[in-house]
Design a protein around this ligand. Structure first.
Ligand SMILES: *Cc1c(COP(=O)(O)O)cnc(C)c1O
Length: 495
């Protein structure tokens, strides 16, 4: 039996098995974990008619030791086949000439549920396999949606506790209310004065802190991550690329083997990277269209090859994409640079010290061939929601609107009429103020807008958002961004 092994994008991590990779969350050298032997090619014919649960078990078990299928299948049943999602898990709808894969049907009405319904099962499985009896403290930085989805996923999961850090002024009122009302005896939600990047970099710092490492040893705790730096977040996201493609085949919109495009509203680039892995596993994808908001650092990267984080950070009406340091781009750069950890290490050191790195021309040419990119201003987001609703009757949220608008522009400019699937990353009811404004031209507060939007459009309010206004606030703590690492130390000491 060949063990699949994982190494770090920065080249200095001793190889780990799958379960160790899940538990560790990030490379010991600060890099991200990737399978050393690349990705298993799939036989599409064999997968075409599988249910979401069976497809997920098949795809995800490609990443675990070969005796792991039964455990993974059980986990997939618990995550996707036990009522947390509707039966088809990811409905694919048609809006005009595009397809929209709805990734927001889970417990928190955002696409983070796709992976975070699964990660806790992968985590407990890994604890068991590695005969680990220390408690795992899950750390998550959030721009709004990861936090709630991670809290729902890990609440009351034995052997784990979870700390979520969110920027107090960087998430929407509904996102905040969802998090601060979270129940569960192992959860804590902490507001920080700072933005998402501050939270994410503090969490990464915590993993590399020698002092914290020592504290953890003394208190029988270890740290792991629920962000998409954890390979256990990424792998479950590969599944819906296959699933939405097969849905089009089974509904005779395309023929098996036809190429399609995917458009992905992107922030930390985890979603898009999972799509690239799906392509490497044999899914016929022609082009990825990476869509951003005014924080358009990825658009610039995909048009110039230069990643330049020296720019202003904007808070927008698509807050889950308000990010300047897109962690998972590191994995893409690694895979396109001939898996040269030393090179990636140099790039990341440059990024840390100067805020900028630039990939080599040859590497960039290959990336540019596959990835197109664009961005939408806040006004254009609102306009796009209105236009799409008028033209097709489909109600977009602000993030998915970016995907739709960027795709429409790309289609016009490139004359590429390949069938295209847009990944919808949130329910319109998660950002009702903007969506209501887009549809009616009028402004209402978030909670009033939920009801009004429902009256206006007849689109159902997702159950997780019903009655949210009246939930009791259970988490009030706010700390400075400089204190995050210390804070984690204090919580470790309390164990
Ligand atoms: C997280 C999120 C994104 C960005 O996804 P990445 O994997 O970080 O690129 C886009 N839209 C919504 C609604 C999200 O919650």
């Amino acid at each position: 039996m060949k063990e699949k092994t994982y190494v770090s994008t920065r080249g200095k991590q001793t190889p780990l098995n799958f379960y160790q990779s899940i538990l560790q969350g990030i490379g010991s050298d600060g890099g991200l974990l990737v399978p050393v032997d690349g990705f298993e090619k799939k036989n599409l014919n064999e997968l075409l008619h599988l249910s979401y649960v069976d497809l997920a078990a098949n795809i995800i078990s490609s990443f675990v030791p070969s005796d792991g299928y039964d455990d993974i299948h059980k986990a997939c049943v618990a995550a996707y086949g036990s009522g947390l999602f509707p039966e088809e898990v990811v409905p694919v709808k048609k809006a005009g000439d595009v397809y929209i894969a709805e990734l927001f049907q889970g417990r928190t009405a955002a696409f983070k549920d796709m992976a975070l319904s699964m990660l806790p099962h992968l985590m407990t499985l890994s604890l068991k396999k590695m005969q680990e009896d220390r408690e795992v403290m899950i750390l998550a930085a959030t721009s709004g949606d990861t936090g709630k989805a991670a809290l729902e996923g890990f609440k009351d999961v034995e052997g784990t506790c979870i700390k979520v850090f969110y920027p107090i002024d960087g998430v929407s009122p509904i996102q905040k209310q969802q998090m601060v009302s979270q129940t569960g005896n192992n959860v804590e939600v902490i507001g920080i004065r700072g933005n998402f990047d501050d939270a994410q970099s503090a969490v990464k710092k915590a993993f590399n802190s020698e002092e914290l490492k020592k504290l953890c040893e003394e208190h029988d705790v270890f740290l792991s991550s629920a962000n998409s730096i954890n390979i256990g977040r990424l792998i479950p996201q590969i599944v819906y690329y296959f699933y939405s493609y097969f849905t089009l085949v089974n509904e005779r919109e395309i023929t098996l083997g036809d190429k399609v495009n995917f458009t992905i509203p992107s922030g930390n680039f985890g979603n898009a990277l999972a799509g690239y892995i799906a392509k490497e596993m044999g899914l016929p994808i022609q082009t990825f269209i990476c869509a951003s908001n005014k924080n358009n650092i990825l658009t610039d990267f995909f048009t110039t090859g230069k990643y330049d984080a020296n720019r202003e950070f904007y808070k927008t009406n698509a807050p889950a994409m308000d990010i300047l340091v897109s962690s998972n781009l590191e994995r893409l750069v690694y895979l396109f640079s001939g898996k040269d950890g030393q090179k990636v290490n140099e790039y990341m050191e440059k990024l840390n010290s100067t805020g900028v790195y630039e990939v080599e021309t040859e590497v960039f040419e290959n990336i540019k061939e596959l990835f197109k990119a664009g961005w939408l201003s806040e006004d254009d987001i609102i306009k796009t929601i209105g236009e799409c609703y008028k033209d097709t009757g489909y109600l977009l949220d602000t993030h998915t609107a970016i995907g739709y608008g960027v795709y429409k522009r790309y289609q016009k400019e490139s004359q590429d009429n390949t069938k295209t699937i847009i990944l919808s990353t949130a329910s319109p009811y998660k950002f009702p103020e903007s969506v209501y404004q887009a549809i009616t031209g009028e402004r209402l507060g978030e909670y009033d807008a939920i009801e009004a939007l429902n009256k206006e459009t007849g689109v159902d309010i997702p159950t997780p958002l019903a009655g949210i206004k009246d939930r009791e606030i259970l988490h009030k703590l706010v700390i400075d961004k400089e204190n995050i690492v210390n804070f984690i130390g204090e919580r470790v000491k309390g164990k």
